[in-house]
Design a protein around this ligand. Structure first.
Ligand code: MG
Length: 269
């Protein structure tokens, strides 16, 4: 990073929340958007695909600079795809033979969120061809996936990417969240991710959970409302809240019983 760009970085955290406030906001979220690479899964899909195609080192370098915010997203995407030489056939084969590994705890967390009625989205700069199968494994409708799509010609040759997807552009994740808020009227939206493009989605997201279980990025760690390295810590927010709700209900029931007893005893006296 050059001295000039270093000076441009804000000296203090952008978060205006305490850890407790961030936990409460996450607990109250009506929708939770998850980044995919190095968040929901343990790898970077494009890097894995590039390795499969024999251009791993070159593409990993480009991905790293894109993640650190040194390159505009659509430029990095274009640069990576241009050197990959993917075909429809090689992408199919890769997806079939290299199923991604879920990050420990994420399947349970997403299932818990869905069970309590929270809408879960996968919002990624990766590719729908790799992410749709993950959504299927998580029992998420494919309509809740916002990502890029690699395009192929009639002969299966690479022919670009769908540039109408907001995620193909810088600030794309923020655009997706703004769009979701408008469409669904969610009062509280949470974003969970490891990268600079995830951080820049808050706002419009109300709370940003930085996930450092796979990759730790200092800028993301410094600016996250809540920084976690294990999804068990996020699961605990839901579990504690559920326990607190149960305890509150029990207290209320006990108070009601007491009040009823008081009324009957005062009636007797
Ligand atoms: Mg990521």
């Amino acid at each position: 990073m050059s001295a000039a760009s270093e000076a441009a970085v804000e000296p203090c955290s952008k978060s205006d929340m305490t850890r407790e406030e961030a936990k409460l906001a996450f607990h109250e979220a009506d929708a939770v958007c998850f980044d995919v690479d190095s968040t929901v899964v343990t790898t970077e899909g494009v890097d894995e695909f590039a390795a499969f195609l024999g251009v791993g080192d070159k593409v990993a370098e480009l991905t790293a600079s894109a993640m650190n915010g040194d390159m505009k997203f659509h430029e990095a995407l274009d640069a990576r795809l241009s050197i990959m030489g993917a075909t429809a056939e090689s992408l199919d084969e890769f997806v079939r033979t290299h199923p991604a590994t879920f990050t420990p705890g994420v399947e349970r967390l997403i299932a818990s969120l869905q069970a309590r009625g929270t809408h879960v989205y996968l919002v990624s700069g990766g590719f729908t061809q790799m992410i749709f199968p993950l959504a299927d494994r998580l029992s998420l409708p494919r309509s809740r996936v916002f990502a890029n799509t690699i395009l192929f010609g009639d002969e299966g040759e690479y022919s670009g990417f769908d540039q109408t997807a907001p995620t193909a552009w810088a600030g794309g994740k923020a655009k997706v969240i703004a769009q979701l808020r408008q469409e669904h009227g969610y009062p509280v939206v949470a974003m969970v991710g490891d990268g600079a493009t995830d951080l820049e989605a808050r706002p419009p997201a109300d709370v940003f959970v930085g996930f450092g279980g796979i990759a730790q990025r200092p800028e993301v760690m410094a600016n996250a409302d809540l920084w976690v390295t294990d999804f068990a810590d996020v699961q605990a927010i839901l579990d504690e809240a559920a326990a607190a709700t149960e305890a509150a209900a029990a207290t209320e029931a006990a108070t009601a019983t007491e009040a009823a007893e008081d009324t009957s005893s005062s009636a007797r006296s």
